[in-house]
Design a protein around this ligand. Structure first.
Ligand SMILES: [Zn+2]
Ligand SMILES: [Zn+2]
Length: 250
């Protein structure tokens, strides 16, 4: 499968990058993981507006889902006058209501359900197109999920937003590519059950036996090189920073 970093900025967009959004492709199927601020614009560099086959939202913080509002407009008011098909959207409990409220529709009369087919995520294993996915609750102030995507014997694990948790160690067990958030800086920010720092991302990768670590979700006010160096101190495998438009063959 192929992973493309659509956006990797944490918490809010930077001058160089949209917020969290990652395109995963295999067998011609396109699964988008998260759609944060600015992702819809950047996504159009990588595929057509209507070329997605499914969307997974790790949680409902704006930097992971807010461009769904813009995408609703693009799907609902197509320039040819028709509606786009119902696109499967996997998200936490209440995803449709949250997005609908932000759009100013009433949740009971949602237009969104005409172009999105919402599925509520729970910790489980299920199929999305050609992928087998595993979802696990991670530690964050709101209901949040990490996801492991498997295809043809390979795996990609995405942390979403989380503090340190055994659930993520297990989800990323022996994974081929571990896309892990490192929003905090070791020794500087320390709020439990919110985000990982570079060192904790490295430690998680080491405990999990991940084969490769890509650090992501680093906010514009944080020096990514410091977080990268901290991860390298505790993880022996290859580790790098996610950058917009980077691609990985897994
Ligand atoms: Zn976030
Ligand atoms: Zn968050």
């Amino acid at each position: 499968m192929k992973l493309t970093v659509v956006g990797c900025s944490g918490s809010f967009p930077s001058a160089e990058s949209a917020c969290s959004s990652y395109l995963v492709e295999a067998d011609g199927f396109r699964l988008l993981l998260d759609m944060g601020n600015g992702a819809l614009g950047e996504l159009q560099r990588h595929c057509g507006l209507y070329d997605l086959d499914a969307i997974f939202l790790s949680h409902l913080h704006a930097d992971h889902c807010i461009d769904m509002l813009a995408y609703f407009v693009a799907r609902y008011y197509r320039h040819d006058g028709g509606r786009a098909d119902q696109l499967p959207v996997y998200g936490p409990e209440g995803t449709e209501q949250r997005l609908t409220t932000a759009y100013a529709d009433t949740p009971t009369a949602s237009s969104m359900s005409e172009v999105f087919d919402f599925h509520t995520v729970k910790p489980s294993t299920f199929e999305i197109g050609p992928f087998t996915v595993h979802t696990e609750r991670v530690r964050h102030p709101v209901e949040a999920y990490g996801i492991r995507v498997e295809h043809a014997g390979k795996s990609l694990t995405y942390s979403g937003d989380t503090g340190v948790t055994e659930a993520l160690d297990e989800l990323a067990r022996d994974t081929d590519l571990f896309l892990c958030e490192a929003a905090f800086t070791y020794g500087k920010e320390n709020i439990p059950d919110l985000h990982l720092n570079g060192r904790e991302a490295g430690e998680t990768a080491a405990r999990a036996g991940a084969r490769r670590l890509v650090l992501t979700h680093i906010p514009p006010w944080t020096d990514p090189q410091i977080n990268l160096a901290h991860a390298r101190e505790v993880y022996d495998g290859p580790v790098e920073l996610a950058t917009p438009r980077a691609t990985y063959e897994i």
